[in-house]
Design a protein around this ligand. Structure first.
Ligand SMILES: *Cc1c(COP(=O)(O)O)cnc(C)c1O
Length: 380
């Protein structure tokens, strides 16, 4: 045993001296204002949503107590799936307990060692791990680069799947979905889109970047979205043709061998979706906040990328710089965590700032002032 503990401690020492040690910070009553979560519409903190939690009838249990295929599937899950499918204009939707589980389940259903998967280089870890788990040939193309994607598609000899984030989680860039869909049609590849950061915030009704691009189920047969980000709850879904959903129920091991999400949470998520659909002005407030943040940052000479979404990275390069800047922000009253490799490429450690509709302009002003100070300290 002591041998193992020594080895673990040695590994922790290596991480720590490389500025790569990760720890969790606790939400307390005195924690700073958070500018790094994915609660884009402020729903996770919304009083109507905690009210909804208490208004759910006692006949809806807290825990589902089983896999959806055994006895864990409740009417609240069914309603939630129907609402999501209707919103996205897809045949059906299927719930998973998390986005990570949904993506691994998709991989277990779509990929084989003979089915190549073509992925954007900046895709989320769960898409990469899905390909690895299934030993599917993985071809990665340069970030949002259509020529690079087409070269990968041209080299396919058998069936292929193109799998991409719609809004990239660490950069805030948006995939050129219309052009990607056209390439998939030309090369007869299946297109699967991860809307973790698009669902709820993009598109004319907030259904996501796929809606914003006007892409039907024919062009994007597989859409995955999460319920723990803009929706402010927990869990995830895959939406698409009925045959795909039925196949997932049979092949997705992360669904079959895992307890269904809380029935009570799914009832609250139905309420969250009703709120999102009734309050399009929250999306507009988010857009205003993003624009306000960018204008104020520009005026202060804070180096931004050209992201137009709620994800606004400030790329600092060295891990130690990002950590130092994050620490200054924390002491100034702003919670912005430092994102380091391997989450982002080597030499591109950053502050990943996220805006939310819940932020006020005066809070953004405060963040900008603290950022100017943090960048000053980090550049010493
Ligand atoms: C967060 C995220 C996931 C995982 O979703 P969880 O519900 O947090 O497990 C999947 N894909 C992308 C692009 C994400 O950002």
């Amino acid at each position: 045993m002591t041998n193992w503990i020594n080895r673990w401690e040695a590994r922790l020492d290596v991480l720590n001296s490389a500025h790569r040690l990760r720890t969790r910070r606790l939400h307390t009553s005195v924690a700073p204002i958070c500018f790094c979560d994915n609660d884009y519409l402020g729903l996770a903190h919304h009083p109507s949503l905690s009210d909804a939690w208490y208004q759910v009838g006692a006949e809806i249990p807290v825990g589902s107590a089983a896999s959806p295929l055994v006895s864990g599937h409740y009417p609240t899950h069914q309603t939630l799936e129907e609402r999501i499918a209707a919103w996205l204009g897809r045949d059906r939707a299927l719930l998973f307990s998390s986005g990570f589980a949904a993506n691994l389940g998709l991989a277990q259903t779509l990929l084989t060692p003979k089915t190549s998967v073509v992925q954007d280089r900046y895709n989320h870890a769960s898409l990469i791990d899905g390909a690895r788990l299934m030993r599917a040939p993985l071809k990665r193309y340069a970030h949002c680069d259509l020529a690079s994607l087409e070269a990968r598609l041209r080299s396919l000899s058998g069936p292929g799947v193109v799998w991409t984030d719609s809004v990239f989680s660490m950069d805030g860039t948006v995939a050129p979905l219309q052009q990607i869909a056209a390439l998939c049609a030309r090369y007869d590849a299946l297109l699967a889109v991860d809307e973790a950061h698009g669902f709820g915030v993009m598109g004319p009704t907030g259904a996501g970047a796929v809606e914003a691009a006007g892409l039907s189920q024919d062009l994007v047969p597989v859409v995955m979205g999460t319920l723990g980000k803009a929706v402010g709850c927990q869990g995830a879904f895959v939406a698409g043709p009925s045959a795909l959903i039925e196949l997932l129920e049979n092949d997705a091991r992360t669904l079959i061998y895992s307890t269904a999400e809380s029935p009570r949470m799914s009832a609250v998520t139905v309420a969250a979706i009703a709120l999102m659909q009734a309050h399009p002005e929250w999306r507009l407030q988010l857009e205003d906040n993003v624009q306000y943040f960018r204008a104020r940052a520009c005026a202060e000479g804070i180096p931004l990328t050209d992201s137009k979404t709620a994800i606004q990275p400030i790329i600092l390069g060295a891990d130690a710089r990002a950590l130092a800047a994050s620490q200054v922000l924390w002491t100034e009253g702003y919670w912005v965590s430092a994102i380091r490799p391997p989450t982002v490429p080597e030499g591109s450690a950053r502050l990943r700032i996220t805006l939310s509709a819940r932020h006020r302009f005066d809070q953004i002003d405060g963040l900008i002032a603290a950022l100017a100070k943090a960048l000053e300290v980090a550049s010493r």
